[in-house]
Design a protein around this ligand. Structure first.
Ligand code: SF4
Length: 262
């Protein structure tokens, strides 16, 4: 099914609001300062240094929720998960799973296109130390809610939706945003763990959790390419699943799940 032009224009309008946003004084100052000072390796680049819009296919059935742009990654290139090692991991995995037309993501004009996937984030501005405050996440939440409403509106037994949260903060942000979209989230809230899945909306929607492909997680071996491939395989299976077989509201942790982490 082709994306409805109304969905594309709705998502474009949300992105336009995001790009112009100046609600968080600390982040407005930080993103601009990073763009002015730059990292030596990127001194010839013109940094984006603004809020980073979401990226992908308006017809997506896989919605990836990240944490926030990296100072010298997406804050530099202006595209989600582009220009840093987290993005290299994520896009390689999306490409292996058939969601991306190429495995690399270096610049916003590199020809990368997503098929059936859309990438958004809990926060749209690069935060110091990769840590947005609770207030900043709250300020940014309406954008995520607006996007999820758009994708949820099309979820059905014949068209399941998977929301993949990368890290504990993105997982919590997704739960809160889904509740704001009037999706019933089980209580107690689904516990974050790599591979944890929660069936929502009579099984039409799956909330799937993965460790974030941060350098800290990938360099320590907490997250491997194989583990990320397993997540993509689970997403593919859920997208192809017959919702009646699923069990709404049930969270299934993955085998060997470690304690919550980002
Ligand atoms: S983090 Fe979100 S709410 Fe805050 S300034 Fe950036 S786009 Fe606006």
């Amino acid at each position: 099914m082709a994306a409805r032009s109304s969905d594309r224009s709705h998502l474009d309008r949300i992105n336009a609001r995001v790009i112009a946003c100046e609600l968080c004084p600390r982040l407005v100052a930080y993103r601009a300062e990073i763009g002015r000072v730059k990292r030596r390796a990127f001194r010839d680049d013109t940094y984006w240094a603004r809020p980073v819009p979401s990226f992908g296919d308006a017809d997506a059935r896989l919605v990836v929720v990240g944490l926030a742009p990296a100072a010298h990654g997406a804050n530099r290139t202006g595209r989600m998960f582009t220009g840093d090692s987290s993005g290299e991991w994520l896009y390689r995995a999306l490409h292996r799973a058939g969601f991306a037309n190429q495995p690399t993501s270096h610049r916003s004009d590199d020809g990368l296109a997503l098929r059936g996937a859309y990438i958004t984030a809990a926060g749209r501005c690069a935060p110091p130390a990769n840590k947005p405050t609770t207030t900043e996440l709250e300020a940014c939440r309406p954008y995520l809610i607006a996007e999820l409403k758009c994708f949820l509106a099309r979820a059905s037994p014949a068209r399941p939706l998977v929301i993949l949260a990368l890290g504990a903060i993105a997982h919590a942000a997704a739960c809160t945003a889904l509740e704001a979209c009037r999706v019933t989230i089980p209580r107690p809230r689904p516990r974050f763990g790599h591979g944890a899945t929660t069936q929502l909306e009579d099984g039409n929607v799956t909330l799937l959790a993965s460790y974030h492909p941060s350098r800290q997680n990938t360099q320590t071996g907490r997250l491997t390419e194989r583990m990320l491939d397993d997540i993509m395989r689970t997403a593919r299976k859920r997208l192809a699943a017959t919702p009646r077989k699923n069990r709404p509201g049930r969270t299934v942790p993955a085998k060997g799940t470690r304690p919550p982490t980002t």
